[in-house]
Design a protein around this ligand. Structure first.
Ligand SMILES: [Fe+2]
Length: 284
């Protein structure tokens, strides 16, 4: 029997789940249903849960891989919990200030992180939302003429943050010790689900040979295609980093506390774990 209830969160992506107890081993039918919902909608949200780091890792671990893990320990072993939180109240936190444009984590890598989760440990209103846009839906709804123009094009994705958007002075620039880049087809296939993606982002796509990527951003990030998650303490959000992009508006160190615990899976490369130095645009 499935041990939870669910409902659609947003037409573009996601389901909201209630009654899910992640402190215990879930039965195989519940795990299978969560995996199906996740692969179909790209994001799961649960409100008002008290999650230990291991409970959060369990949620991530059951959603990755070609098949469900055999048990809780196997699920947790597939994941990585960051020691540094995403927070504006610790100078060693991830991205403690500034705006992050839409991106997939590690989009600059040949094999980016597959699944990301954030858990609202300490959240004071009003919060800066995490924003999501689906690359699956973007391709499904891309006008036919634009689709045919990008069908054979390739994009270059780089570490750092491209200087784009309406508030360039608010951007926070992640500085990695080693600069990385990768080249991928603009229409890329999700390695696990096989779904086609419009794989280009405002933050990390440096260029597309034969097209200004800005032409695609108006479609990818049109208001009705974006899900804004307004954080509440005790929320956990887990999303498919290869199906959805995420972004965040400007966060101030002096603002309300926004401390989120991040768990990802599968285990990333050393470069995926390393915390980049975060520098304000213009202060590099
Ligand atoms: Fe990110």
């Amino acid at each position: 029997m499935i041990a939870f209830r669910f409902e659609e969160l947003h037409p573009a992506a996601g389901v909201k789940i209630a009654g899910l107890d992640l402190s215990k081993e879930l039965d195989s039918q519940s795990v299978g249903t969560l995996r199906d919902l996740f692969d179909r909608t790209g994001l799961l949200l649960v409100h008002d849960v008290g999650l230990t780091p291991q409970d959060q890792a369990y949620l991530v671990g059951i959603l990755i891989g070609e098949a469900a893990p055999v048990d809780r320990a196997a699920a947790v072993a597939r994941t990585h919990t960051y020691a540094n939180y995403v927070t504006n109240k610790d100078e060693d936190g991830y991205a403690p200030f500034g705006e992050l444009l839409f991106h997939c984590d590690m989009m600059w890598a040949e094999a980016p992180t597959e699944v990301i989760s954030l858990y609202g440990c300490r959240v004071e209103p009003p919060t800066v939302p995490t924003r999501f846009a689906s690359m699956v839906r973007a391709l499904e709804t891309l006008p036919a003429d634009l689709r045919s123009r990008v069908a054979d094009l390739r994009a270059v994705h780089e570490t750092g943050q491209q200087r784009r958007g309406a508030h360039k002075d608010q951007l926070v620039i992640p500085q990695h010790a080693v600069l990385r880049s990768t080249v991928k087809p603009v229409i890329w296939r999700h390695p696990r689900t096989g779904r086609e993606l419009l794989y280009t982002s405002q933050q990390m796509t440096a260029r597309i040979e034969g097209l200004d990527p800005v032409e695609l951003f108006a479609h990818l990030y049109r208001p009705e295609a974006v899900l804004d998650h307004q954080w509440r303490q005790g929320d956990v959000v887990v999303w498919d980093n290869l199906a959805l992009q995420h972004a965040r508006g400007n966060v101030e160190i002096e603002g309300p506390e926004r401390t989120l615990r991040k768990v990802i899976g599968p285990l990333p490369s050393e470069m995926g774990i390393a915390k980049p130095k975060m520098v304000r645009a213009g202060a590099e």
